[in-house]
Design a protein around this ligand. Structure first.
Ligand SMILES: Cc1cc2nc3c(=O)[nH]c(=O)nc-3n(C[C@H](O)[C@H](O)[C@H](O)COP(=O)(O)OP(=O)(O)OC[C@H]3O[C@@H](n4cnc5c(N)ncnc54)[C@H](O)[C@@H]3O)c2cc1C
Length: 312
């Protein structure tokens, strides 16, 4: 099987997910990395350690990610090289251009893939229903496009691949232009530096109840963070959001109150040293990553915890 993995980079750094794509590519067959940019020699050299072949696509107009130009150059390469499988990271970038690319290639797409087998045709596994059910999807025709979840293919083999210049340039200028990267403002609390995080989810029910989490965080010497609905509801500022569209945290203690454990949240906290979850639903996926779990109403447990911490 001929597999092409499209690498991702930003601010001069290769996204490590690019290597994970190659780990999967090597399992499936001939691994090809594609790296697009202005001057990508450094990335190509790194990718060559894990790929049979690395294709460089370089042009001044490709300095910053642009979905139109990516599609343009990738289609040119794929028309010549005829991949069976195209692997793209399930990132903000990948989620933007992979479906567009699949349509242009007239190829089926499976997004957010966490497992792939090729023993009996190509089967891609992904979660549905907020991470509660895993489904196996048989890919009926090739070529196909798969977007891959970070962390799903960490193990791989080393290679010493050949680096080739694909000799491809965008066929026309893009309709939209890159202007600037806008970095999020730094808030008064940096949750990525905290040793103890009390994180609240929709189970906290109301803005007025955030004070309960704040009281607990204060008693523990920690800070309060939240899941996305808490931020979207305006109960906590944006810089307190944990997850793929928020921050990645690795505190010594992560206390999750009323958080279901959707993968978008879990990706931001799963490497915490100690995870304790309080949730009234025994089936909540958060218990799959928690070291300790309490199946209970947080409004019963947190006041009791506070009493204990205050020595009452
Ligand atoms: C592109 C994209 C990006 C996303 N990025 C993020 C992200 O960065 N971070 C993030 O968090 N989410 C993100 N999400 C949203 C994510 O999919 C989930 O919807 C979200 O994490 C759910 O938040 P929650 O667990 O607080 O709410 P819910 O899923 O509604 O869970 C609430 C939980 O609270 C429990 N509960 C309710 N009442 C109580 C109580 N009294 N006591 C104890 N337990 C109680 C319930 O049993 C339930 O498990 C993203 C989604 C998309 C599509």
């Amino acid at each position: 099987m001929k597999v092409f993995a499209v690498a991702e980079h930003r601010f001069g750094e290769l996204n490590p997910l690019s290597i994970e794509l190659l780990n999967l590519a090597n399992k499936l067959g001939e691994s090809n990395a594609v790296v697009i940019g202005k001057d990508v020699g450094k990335f190509a050299a790194e990718l060559a350690k894990y790929a049979d072949k690395v294709w460089k696509i370089e042009d001044a107009s490709l300095e910053n990610y642009n979905p139109e130009l990516y599609i343009d150059v990738l289609l040119q390469l794929f028309q010549k090289e005829k991949p069976d499988v195209v692997l793209i990271g399930n990132t903000a970038q990948g989620a933007e251009y992979a479906p567009y690319l699949a349509v242009k290639m007239k190829a089926p797409i499976v997004t957010d893939v966490v497992g792939v087998s090729s023993a009996n045709g190509l089967v891609a596994s992904r979660f549905v229903m907020q991470g509660k059910i895993m489904v196996d999807l048989k890919v009926k025709s090739m070529p196909c496009v798969l977007t891959i979840r970070q962390g799903a293919f960490k193990e791989g083999v080393q290679k010493n691949g050949k680096i080739v210049d694909a000799g491809i340039k965008p066929s026309k200028p893009a309709g939209r232009k890159f202007l600037e990267y806008v970095q999020p403002a730094v808030g008064e609390v940096d949750i990525t530096k905290a040793n103890i995080i009390v994180a609240v989810g929709r189970g906290i029910e109301d803005a007025a109840n955030i004070s309960l989490a704040e009281e607990l965080a204060k008693a523990l010497g920690g800070v309060v963070a939240g899941s996305r609905p808490v931020i979207d509801n305006g109960w906590l500022p944006k810089d307190r959001q944990v997850g793929i569209s928020g921050k990645v945290v690795k505190p010594k203690l992560y206390l999750a109150l009323g958080i279901s454990g959707a993968f978008q949240h879990v990706m931001g906290m799963k490497d915490s040293e100690l995870i304790i979850a309080i949730n009234k639903d025994p089936e909540a996926p958060i218990f799959g990553v928690a070291h300790y779990g309490v199946v209970a109403n947080l409004f019963d447990i947190v006041p009791e915890l506070l009493d204990k911490l205050k020595g009452k």
